[in-house]
Design a protein around this ligand. Structure first.
Ligand code: SF4
Length: 78
């Protein structure tokens, strides 16, 4: 389960984040939310470069969360 105290450091501030320990990174989520998520510099993790705004982006974020096999994406951040 993702932990808001263990975000990938590059995550922009906000509710949505990727957990730094759980992300493998398998890249499955990028197909769901390429408008919000991308690899970090060494491609060792994925992170939210943008917080979702509006219904479409929120749906993309939710899809990314739902397909993540590691349950590394959550929305209880701050
Ligand atoms: S689907 Fe989950 S484990 Fe895979 S890259 Fe995305 S956040 Fe990381």
């Amino acid at each position: 389960m993702a932990d808001k105290n263990n975000k990938v450091p590059e995550n922009v501030p906000g509710a949505w984040y990727v957990d730094n320990e759980l992300c493998t990174p398998c890249r499955v989520c990028l197909d769901e939310a390429a408008d919000l998520l991308k690899y970090n510099a060494d491609e060792s993790k994925v992170f939210f470069f943008k917080q979702p705004e509006g219904a479409d982006e929120l749906a993309h974020a939710a899809s990314a969360r739902d397909v993540c096999p590691q349950a590394a994406i959550a929305e209880d951040g701050e």
